[in-house]
Design a protein around this ligand. Structure first.
Ligand code: PTJ
Length: 279
């Protein structure tokens, strides 16, 4: 994996060997993501759109995922498409939680699989977490397609297909989890989640790490650690912190966890968005 300065792994999509064209005249909807010029002022946004579009074509991402992405992009635009310091602190706290966990699970939906498949595999490797597919619009075809996509990006085991566990208080399809996956986890990373499921997981006593660009979303509000950042920056950033903290003892990790203030981070992100510079 080749991390760029902006934290985006531009090679994590479906054409890892292509060379980038680097031509500022390349149109805004190139066929391969490698054709998106890195110096384009909307590079991250074009890269994200390209991956989501490919996700829909591959049967990974739902059409609703396109709408969710549009909403996220608006928040990211106001954040200046950068990781603000409070989001970086949240990423570090998330890494510490994952390293302290008895059993951590990274929950993957259709948007996550399209946007950061290789980066999720890297985060799982850095923290010892399991990967589980968990969908809002669940179909067996999408479950299989996402699991296969993750395997193609290096995942050795993908949970979620057994579905022998249930999240209490949720309607049937959305409640399905693996008993030895999310069902058993003490720490769960739930990126781009809908509020109901985030609340229900919290009610099960699990520590939730939410990655969501909307600090006012219910999922961000109920999280122990809300990371208000674009998932394409946030996941590699949590991995980077986990690698830095790899040799830290439990006491140091607990200090990182206790030093993080979720309410202050949410307030900071909301302020940054409300004061967003539209120039
Ligand atoms: O694949 P499925 O069937 O599980 O469905 C996934 C979606 C995303 C469609 C489903 O969970 C959904 O409808 O989610 P919501 O309620 O639209 O919430 C998605 C949240 O993610 C919103 O708060 C967006 O602002 C946020 N978001 C969108 N894109 C990004 C993002 N946050 C971080 N990075 C992004 N790239």
């Amino acid at each position: 994996m080749t991390d760029d300065d902006d934290g985006v792994d531009a090679d994590a999509g479906t054409h890892p060997t292509d060379e980038r064209a680097g031509d500022p005249e390349v149109p805004a909807d190139p066929e391969h993501e490698s054709e998106i010029p890195e110096d384009h002022p909307r590079y991250q946004s074009l890269l994200t759109r390209h991956r989501i579009e490919r996700g829909v074509d591959l049967g990974i991402t739902s059409k609703q995922g396109l709408i969710a992405e549009g909403r996220g992009e608006a928040f990211d635009y106001l954040l200046g498409e950068e990781t603000i310091p409070s989001a970086d602190a949240a990423a570090r706290a998330a890494a510490a939680h994952l390293l302290l966990a008895d059993h951590a699970v990274l929950s993957v939906n259709g948007n996550v699989a399209a946007l950061v498949p290789g980066e999720i595999v890297d985060l799982a490797a850095a923290t010892g977490a399991d990967i589980e597919v968990n969908l809002f619009n669940r179909t067996e075809e999408r479950m299989e397609a996402i699991a296969e996509h993750l395997r193609e990006h290096g995942a050795s085991e993908v949970k979620g297909l057994t579905a022998d566990g249930r999240i209490p208080g949720l309607s049937h399809e959305r409640a399905k989890v693996d008993a030895d996956g999310i069902g058993d986890a003490d720490v769960v990373v739930v990126p781009l989640e809908d509020g109901d499921r985030a609340e229900a997981l919290g009610a099960m006593g699990k520590t939730e790490i939410v990655i969501d660009l909307n600090p006012m979303s219910r999922s961000a509000q109920v999280a122990a650690v809300p990371v208000v950042d674009n998932i394409i920056r946030a996941v590699p950033n949590v991995t980077r912190h986990a690698e830095e903290l790899a040799d830290a003892g439990d006491e140091e990790l607990r200090e990182v966890v206790e030093g993080f203030d979720a309410e202050a981070a949410l307030a900071d992100a909301e302020r940054a968005i409300r004061e967003g510079d539209l120039d």
